[in-house]
Design a protein around this ligand. Sequence first.
Ligand SMILES: *Cc1c(COP(=O)(O)O)cnc(C)c1O
Length: 370
Amino acid sequence: MIPLVDLKAQYQSLRDELAAAALRVLESGYYALGPEVEAFEGEFASYCESSGAVAVNSGTSALHLALLAAGVGPGDEVITVPFTFVATVAAIQYTGARAVFADVEPRTLTMNASELKGLITSRTKAILPVHLYGQMAEMDAILEVARAHGLTVIEDAAQAHGAEYKGRRAGSMGDFGCFSFYPSKNLGACGEGGIVVSSNPEHIRVLRMLRDWGQESKYRHVLRGFNYRMDNLQGALLRVKLRRLEQWTELRRAHAASYDAQLAGLGLVGPEALPDRRHVYHLYAIRLRNRDRLREYLRDRGVQSEVHYPIPVHRMEVWCGQDYAAGDFPVAEQAATEVLSLPLYAELRPESVNQIARLVREFVLGEGER
Ligand SMILES: *Cc1c(COP(=O)(O)O)cnc(C)c1O
C-alpha cells in the first residue's frame, strides 16, 4: 500500500537526532514550555522571516489566540473561506464572533479577494485567508482591502510552512500567521503543536499571556487566558525537524512537478500553482468529475488517496446552522465534489510517483473511452 503520508519513514531518517533531543528534555526536568520551546520560537520566527513567535499546543489554538489578540469577540465578524479544514471556522466561533464567507477562486481554491469589499460591514474586524494545500492566497489584494478598512489580517498557514508570495514567507505578510504542527503537516510534531508568528512586540506579549492563563507574572492573571502551552519535548523535536524542512519541501516540490508532467494533458487541471508563489505542496490535489471512482480504482491497486475536503464548512450544520444553502458558494461546492489528494511526502519514492501517475492516466483514459 502506498499511503497518503508516511510518518514512520520520516522518523527513520531522523531516529538518532530525535532520540537525543527527547532524552535531553526528559533529563532536563523542563516539560511544559521551557528552553527548547523558547529556542524553537526564535528559529521558527526567523524561518518565516518574522521577528516573533509564540508556540502553542495546536494550530487551532494558534488561530484562536491570534483572533483574541486582534481584539475579535462577540458581535464581530471575520471574513474567511468555506473551503478549508473545519478548525479555521471553529476558531472564529470560539471567540463569539461570526464567520462570514468569501468564496474561493477557481484557479487556486484560495480566497477570492474581489468578493471582500461586498462583505465588509461595521462589525468586520479581521480577514482570515487560508493558504490551502500549501499555496498562499492572493495576499496583495487581501492586504489592500484590509488596510483600506482598518482590518486585521490573520493568515491560516497551517498547510503552508515555508510557502512564499512574491518572495515573502507565509505568516510574515499579515498581522498574524498561524501554523499547525499536527504530525502530518509539512513540519509535524510527535504529537500536537502550533505557533503564532507576528512581528508586532505588543501582539507577542499578549499572545504569551493568553497561552498561559493570562498571567502578566506568576499568579497575576490580567487576561482571560487558556492552557495552550507547548510541551518542551515538542519544542526540542520540532527544532530537529525544522533543520530538514527546506530539504523536505524541495522533495515535495519535485514530486509535485513529476506528477504535473506525467498528468499533463489529461484535463485534470487545478488547483494551479501560480508563478508568483512558492507552493510547498502540503497536499497534491487533482480535480476530476468521477473522483470517487478514481479513489476506488487507486485503492483497489494499493494506493491511498483522500478528499480535502468533501463538505465546505458553510454546509456544516453544526457550525453554520441553516445560515447557508447549497449554491451559496458555488466554486467551493464544486471543488468539494471534484478534488482528490494523491500521496505526497518527502520520502515518497520517485518510482511510486510514476506508478501512481500511471494508474491515474490509465483510469482517466479508460473512462474517456466509455
Ligand atoms: C490542520 C489545520 C488547522 C488546525 O491545526 P491543528 O493543529 O490540527 O489544530 C487549521 N487550519 C487548517 C487549514 C489546517 O489544515
